[in-house]
Design a binder for this molecule. Structure first.
Ligand code: UD1
Ligand code: CA
Length: 456
């Protein structure tokens, strides 16, 4: 049986009070609409149509790598109208269309597969995914006949007193027989409390024409729709719990999963231990046997096995094996740090490579530099990489000892096996095997204090 999907993502999301289209708000680091598209694909539906309208260009841009088709809904006249806008996509197709919304990111791929099978094997014209909830406020209610069959969906604002008491809600996710759906879309109207063309009205239309309607109840934690910031936080909480559970199942220790924030695409090796208050974002990959002590933010970075990080920020960089970072280090984009390196407290590294076994233990800035292996940076070293107009490069060879409080005025080269005396301001190349001293000689003026009368 042919299956395709339509995802509704044209709505304004008024209740978010945001300049960003609702479906582009992120849950665990990924736009809700991309989460839904990914899950639909994972359920083996490849022919996907996204209905876009509000913030059309932004939504298209955010989904451009997804290889999907678009329908445009110029005015947001309701969910039924949104599907009417996708009629061209459905034209001439026979089979099943599943419908989802870009603001309900918690649906699981297994549930989608179950929905499709239930629909296709049961000979239904429509199947609705529903949930039983304690507080159905705001949702469309599933109205059943005495024999339990579904007769219609009534939106909250259109409910009678009796209907408001129903606690089975419409998730806004369905399967339809394509031809039955297309026929009944012609018959929906907008004389309801919101003056909108509701997709939900299709159910009653199909029922009245004698078609078979099914409902498949699933846990509310898969159907939660995001209409407000509060619901966005709730959806993120549920997603985070799933992500963290998955890592723990794969052998990662999370000391406190409730305060560990890991984005959807992050990969972590087994036997890594993560303490509270770590935020691990984007496409970060952490190797095995690492320890992340409390308080770091790591984004789009690769950290190899056995490395220890504490209270630091690491962005778009690579860190090798058995290296230590922090506390309070700042690794800025395009940095590549080797194996068994030490990056200590208050060290900032920007767009630089640092080779294996080099130690930069404290209070140092390294920018636009290429640093060899086995070097030792004294406290307070500054790579002076900016001349006021442009950034310049510093090259430091292997086994260099950079004395405390050295300035390396770029562009400059320090060759292998060199020493730089503490307090030097290096402006010229330091030859291999030499000691460089670049500071004024000390002068002692004996008795000066007494001559000046400054003694106490
Ligand atoms: C909808 C359902 C309701 C269900 C609830 C579940 C209808 C009429 N109501 O209500 O029964 O319980 O979802 O979360 O379908 N959209 C468009 N174009 C439009 C309007 C909406 O593309 O003109 C999209 C939105 O971007 C959103 C989705 O459809 O992704 C749902 O729209 P929303 O306005 O949030 O519907 P609800 O009021 O939540
Ligand atoms: Ca909604």
């Amino acid at each position: 049986m042919y299956n395709c999907a339509i995802i509704l993502a044209a709505g304004e999301g008024k209740r978010m009070k945001s300049a960003t289209p609702k479906v582009l708000h992120k849950v665990c680091g990924k736009e809700m609409v991309n989460i839904v598209i990914d899950v639909v694909k994972k359920a083996q539906i490849d022919d996907i149509n996204l209905v876009v309208g509000t913030g059309l260009e932004k939504v298209k841009k955010a989904t451009e790598l997804q290889n999907i088709q678009y329908s445009i809904q110029e005015k947001q006249l309701g969910t039924g109208h949104a599907v009417i806008c996708a009629k061209n996509f459905l034209k001439g197709k026979k089979g099943t269309v599943a419908i989802f919304t870009g603001d309900a990111p918690l649906i699981k791929d297994d549930t989608i597969k179950k929905l499709i099978n239930f629909h296709n094997e049961g000979g239904y014209s429509a199947v609705i995914l529903t949930s039983l909830v304690d507080n159905p406020y705001g949702y469309g209610r599933i109205i059943r006949e005495e024999n339990g069959n579904v007769s219609k969906i009534v939106e909250h604002k259109d409910c009678t007193e009796e209907e408001l008491k129903v606690n089975e809600i419409n998730s806004s996710m369905y399967c339809f027989d394509i031809e039955s759906l297309v026929d009944s879309l012609d018959k929906i109207h907008n004389n309801n409390a919101q003056g909108e063309y509701y997709l939900t009205d299709v159910i009653e239309i199909l029922k009245k024409s004698g078609k078979k309607i099914g409902a498949l109840p699933i846990p509310f934690e898969e159907t939660l729709g995001v209409n407000s910031r509060e619901q966005l936080a709730e959806a993120a909480r549920i997603m985070r719990k799933r992500v963290n559970k998955n890592h723990m199942e794969n052998g990662v220790t999370l000391i406190d999963p409730c305060t560990t924030y890991i984005d959807l695409n992050v990969k972590i090796g087994n036997d890594t231990i993560i303490y509270p208050q770590n935020v691990i974002q984007g496409s970060t990959e952490i190797g095995k046997n690492c320890i992340l002590y409390p308080g770091s933010r790591i984004e789009d970075s690769i950290i190899k096995e056995g490395t220890i990080v504490q209270s630091s920020v690491i962005l778009e960089s690579k860190i090798g094996e058995n290296t230590t970072v922090g506390p309070f280090a700042y690794i800025r984009p395009e940095s590549v740090i080797g194996n068994s390196v030490r990056i200590g407290d208050f060290v900032e590294v920007k767009k630089s490579t640092i080779a294996d076994k080099t130690k930069v233990s404290h209070l140092t800035y390294i920018g636009d530099a290429e640093v060899g292996s086995g070097c030792n940076f004294g406290c307070g070293t500054v790579v002076v990489n900016y001349d006021g107009k442009k950034k310049n490069k510093t090259i430091i060879g292997d086994n260099s000892f950079i004395g405390c409080n050295t300035n390396l005025v770029s562009p400059v080269k320090v060759n292998d096996n060199t020493y730089i005396a503490a307090g030097s301001t290096i402006t010229d190349e330091v030859p291999e095997g030499s000691l460089a001293i670049a500071r004024a000689r000390q002068v002692n003026k004996e008795g000066w204090i007494y001559k000046k009368g400054l003694n106490k």
